[in-house]
Ligand binder design. Structure first.
Ligand code: G3H
Ligand code: 13P
Ligand code: ZN
Length: 320
């Protein structure tokens, strides 16, 4: 068992309390490899933003649990070396079992999500409560979820959104003891969030209703990539085939961040930025075969994207 505290990480409790009060959100950027981690940390150090390094179960398998622990510890030291010791959370994204959450906590995670959103309400309450009970013994914070996002979540596919029911949130929060709550208000995972012709809009009215029921309680938005059309165009220009990809408009996320939304999850936009940069190098310099020559520019583009998100979407700059 390694405690996240020994790695120099923090849990999300204090960060969320400040974010809710200050009207901004903490970025939760997913990562799987060194270049993504470097881009996240350098972007957040330069903008002086706290950050949540987010790892899905797939990412954990890809990167290896032991390497991840040292990468997170390395991230803390790297930030100091870059000149500013920002608060860093290592968070499990979409944990699907008590055992996985427990294992992550034993490997140095400071925060976990238990996603029981596909279960019945009572089963979700029971599983979440059990994770909270264990996590809190180790001062690890827990995110729960109510409502189902449309699209693909790990291997579970939902055709339509099941919006979070505001009438349920108070009971769920009270009975589970969660530290934050992910809700479903029209965001979804991946690069195809709306159909062409559909108005890309999230249900800020449901968010307001939820806030009324649990004032000041930290709310989390998943599926919050905006799918920048210039990046999609670049991918397609250099041989990609992304058709009709549409994301959440950034101004709507900015509005949400000003409210009780204090964590915004962004993965797909980073994937798109990296892909665009790699495609560009390989298309323009087909003779290139040194991975640093395409992963380096990918890392630069990613960093630029993250800085933009921090300053213009999350509003978390200068909060660390
Ligand atoms: O919510 C999903 C995240 O974007 C992680 O995706 O399971 O492919 O790593 P992944
Ligand atoms: P995006 O696919 O919109 O980036 O969402 C990521 C996410 O919610 C990770 O949990
Ligand atoms: Zn998610």
């Amino acid at each position: 068992m390694v405690s996240y505290k020994d790695l120099g990480l923090v849990n999300s409790r204090e960060l969320f309390a400040k974010a809710v009060k200050g009207g901004y959100a903490i970025p939760a950027f997913n990562f799987n490899n060194m270049e993504q981690m470097q881009a996240i940390i350098s972007a957040c150090v330069e903008t002086k933003s706290p950050v949540i390094l987010q790892v899905s179960s797939g990412a954990r398998k890809y990167a290896n649990q032991t390497l991840l622990r040292y990468m997170a510890q390395g991230a803390v030291e790297y930030a100091k070396e870059l000149g500013h010791a920002i608060p860093i959370v290592l968070h499990l994204d979409h944990g699907d079992s008590f055992e996985l959450c427990k294992n992550c906590i034993e490997y140095g995670f400071s925060s976990v999500m238990i996603d029981g959103s596909h279960l019945s309400y009572e089963e979700n309450v029971e599983l979440t409560r059990r994770v909270v009970e264990y996590a809190h013994q180790h001062d690890v914070t827990v995110e729960g979820e109510l409502g189902v996002l449309a699209g693909v979540e790990d291997d579970v596919k939902a055709e339509h959104h099941t919006y979070t029911q505001p009438e349920e949130v108070e009971d769920f929060v009270k009975r589970t003891g969660v530290d934050s709550l992910a809700i479903s208000i029209g965001t979804s995972h991946g690069a195809y969030k709306f159909k062409p012709g559909q108005k890309p809009e999230i249900r800020l009215d449901i968010l307001a209703e939820i806030e009324k029921r649990i004032p000041g309680f930290p709310i989390v938005l998943h599926g919050s990539s905006s799918v920048p059309q210039d990046i999609v165009a670049e991918i397609n220009h250099f041989g990609g085939k992304l058709k009709d990809s549409i994301g959440i408009p950034e101004d709507q996320l900015r509005k949400a961040a000003r409210s009780a939304v204090c964590k915004i999850n962004i993965d797909s936009d980073g994937r798109l930025a990296m892909t665009a940069a790699v495609r560009k190098v390989l298309a323009e310099k087909p003779e290139e075969f040194d991975p640093r020559k395409y992963l380096g520019p990918a890392r630069d583009k990613l960093k630029e994207l993250y800085k933009h998100k921090v300053v213009n979407v999350l509003g978390s700059d200068n909060k660390a």
